[in-house]
Design a protein around this ligand. Structure first.
Ligand SMILES: [Zn+2]
Length: 317
């Protein structure tokens, strides 16, 4: 059985795990990232963490094929560089070269959302399909596009940013500098924003009642639960949310025509309530009505997708 190390490099924590060739985590651990420190220090900590998880899994470095890293932002896969990672304050960091000072193994890097998509493709909801797209509905909207079993991120590593597809020209301002991006309408943040507005103007709504008027307590679940219970304001928000999500999914299908689209992130906990509404509206708006089209499903791996997918970079390379 071949073994790989996967590293989930985040702005808050660095997770690392030893993963077998089937995508099973044998052992994992995590440490705080401590952003703001020199990158050399952070990468040394990462090296120590990797050695620790290998040892605690009962192996030595020579048993491991490679190290894969899922990073926020843009990666240069060839050079194992992180080109740009906003929430780490990193630009043009030679991660591979630096990390090999501590653990001498091949290092692969890709964007964190891409590796999460790869994990779903290898051993999660998209297992067994050649072409898949995973979209993660959280604070923002992340996405991983897998074509012929490999993550696709374009010619410069900047691709697969489906969260920044523009679905409303001159719409709501986005953190990327444009207006009307998909994630402004389909993230958990969007549900919270609209839930707060509704609770303000309709204090009689279930959304306002659930949080007893404390608008800061409104989260995606509060809004979706209100819709489930048939609350008028909750349903209005949910229907609009499904409408925008459908338009994005239709666009993804029109461009990629994947076998399957997995939906993850906090909002996906709504499960069948979300899927049923989506399936219904996607059927109405699909272009080629006589052809089969991408199946929609809920992603399976949750937070482990980061470590698993990063590890699998070594398997597919
Ligand atoms: Zn944007």
């Amino acid at each position: 059985m071949k073994l790989y190390v996967g590293v989930d490099l985040g702005g808050t924590n660095i997770g690392a795990g030893v993963v077998d060739e089937n995508g099973r985590i044998l052992h994992k651990d995590e440490i705080p990232t401590g952003v703001g420190r020199p990158y050399q220090e952070i990468i040394k900590d990462m090296g120590d963490l990797i050695k620790k998880v290998i040892k605690n899994a009962g192996y030595v470095v020579d048993d491991i094929v490679s190290i894969g890293i899922g990073s926020p932002g843009v990666a240069d896969k060839e050079k194992a560089f992180i080109v740009y990672a906003n929430n780490l304050y990193w630009k043009h960091i030679p991660v591979g070269e630096e990390l090999r000072k501590y653990v001498n193994l091949p290092v692969y890097i890709d964007n964190d959302a891409n590796v999460a998509g790869l994990a779903e493709a290898v051993c999660g909801a998209c297992q067994g399909y050649r072409n898949s797209v995973t979209i993660t509905l959280g604070t923002g909207v992340g996405s991983g596009i897998i074509i012929d079993g490999k993550p696709y991120s374009g010619s410069h590593g900047a691709g697969a940013e489906l969260g920044h597809m523009i679905v409303s020209v001159d719409g709501i301002e986005c953190t990327c500098g444009n207006k009307g991006c998909f994630e402004r309408y389909t993230s958990a943040t969007a549900l919270i924003r609209e839930g707060k507005e509704a609770a303000k103007t309709h204090p009689e709504s279930l959304i306002a009642k659930t949080v007893k008027g404390d608008l800061d307590k409104i989260n995606a679940k509060v809004v979706i639960d209100a819709a489930k219970a048939g609350d008028e304001e909750g349903l209005k928000i949910f229907r609009r949310y499904i409408h925008y999500l459908t338009m994005g999914i239709i666009t993804i299908i029109n461009i990629f025509d994947p076998d399957i689209i997995a939906i993850g992130g906090g909002v996906s906990r709504a499960g069948d309530f979300l899927l049923d509404a989506l399936n219904k509206e996607v059927e109405e708006h699909i272009f080629y009505k006589d052809l089969p089209h991408a199946k929609l499903c809920i992603s399976e791996l949750g937070n482990d997708a980061g470590i698993i997918g990063a590890a699998m970079l070594g398997k597919i390379n």
